[in-house]
Design a protein around this ligand. Structure first.
Ligand SMILES: Cc1cc2nc3c(=O)[nH]c(=O)nc-3n(C[C@H](O)[C@H](O)[C@H](O)COP(=O)(O)O)c2cc1C
Length: 291
């Protein structure tokens, strides 16, 4: 018998006062008015527009008077730096996260290495600069604030929500390899927030485990073959090609078939083979060949 639940009073900052909520830890680098770089630690920073749109973005929740918010709304640019889970980095994050200090006051205590941005071309700020990135990061998202995004301000909240369009993602070479091979993860910390008004709590990386979609969720090959062959009369399918998508959830099947058919037509292919499916499904195949 599972244990009983008990209700918890909802307080401000509920994610850290009234619950346990695992979050990422990032250092957001922004451009100060004098052209120097500020680093602000943040955890409420999540993927926002993830598919479909022409741009991909992150959402940041910050107080509106933080150095980070003021710098982003003025210069429009920032970088999201994912630092590894070493204790000395987390300790320094807590120091850089003490509210109310000017950038100059706090940045003299930073232990992080600032490297020039990898972005090129004119920047939106009158200084025509991008903020530095953190050399110790495993991965960095270089972003531009979408100030036209109709995210409504919440008058009773003293938080501000910034949509940060991802211009580019860079990472250390070994993680690019891991991403392409589907094997290995950087050691990124998990933040459980500032708790009891006393201290921040972090946990270190632990080895992720993989869990496959159960076979019971697979459609039968006959069903998928039926859907594929009826989709477009000009395109024929080998059964083995259909076998590659039996695990695609039914609600996405049409979209996947459409993607394959569009790719086939673009290349003048009229018979979908398993090899063609591999090529289409491997979104990174071109990059892999070049790496
Ligand atoms: C690990 C960590 C995570 C934090 N996450 C957030 C957050 O998501 N949003 C926020 O408003 N403040 C957050 N803070 C507090 C800010 O870091 C703090 O307000 C700091 O003054 C911001 O720096 P800045 O003024 O240079 O931007 C966090 C602090 C730490 C140490």
């Amino acid at each position: 018998m599972p244990e009983k639940f008990t209700e918890i009073r909802l307080l401000d900052n509920f994610y850290q006062t009234s619950s346990f909520y695992p979050m990422p830890v990032v250092l957001i680098s922004t451009l100060n008015e004098d052209g120097s770089t500020n680093l602000g630690p943040y955890s409420l920073c999540f993927p926002y527009v993830v598919t479909g749109g022409k741009e991909h973005s992150m959402l940041l929740i910050t107080r509106p008077d933080s150095n980070t918010a003021l710098n982003i709304t003025r210069s429009k640019v920032c970088s999201i730096n994912f630092i590894p889970d070493r204790k000395k980095y987390l300790k320094n994050c807590v120091l850089l996260g003490f509210p109310g200090e000017t950038s100059a006051q706090k940045m003299k205590n930073s232990i992080f290495t600032l490297l020039p941005s990898t972005r090129s071309g004119p920047a939106p700020d009158s200084l025509n600069k991008y903020p530095d990135i953190v050399g110790e990061s495993e991965q960095v998202m270089e972003c531009t604030w979408d100030d036209s995004h109709p995210l409504k301000p919440i008058p009773s909240s003293n938080g501000c929500h910034l949509v940060l369009v991802i211009h580019k993602i860079i990472m250390k070479n070994k993680w690019k390899d891991a991403l392409f091979k589907g094997k290995g993860f950087p050691r990124l910390p998990v933040d459980f927030g500032f708790r009891d008004n006393i201290q921040f709590w972090f946990s270190r990386h632990s080895k992720p485990c993989s869990i496959k979609i159960p076979n019971s969720k697979s459609a039968s090959i006959e069903t998928v073959y039926y859907a594929c062959t009826r989709f477009d009369p000009d395109i024929k399918w080998e059964k083995e090609a259909c076998a590659k998508i039996v695990k695609v959830p039914n609600i996405f099947l049409k979209r996947v078939i459409n993607g394959v058919v569009e790719a086939a037509k673009k290349e003048g292919v009229t018979m979908i083979t398993p090899e063609f499916m591999d090529k289409v499904q491997d979104k990174r195949s071109a990059e892999k060949k070049n790496s």
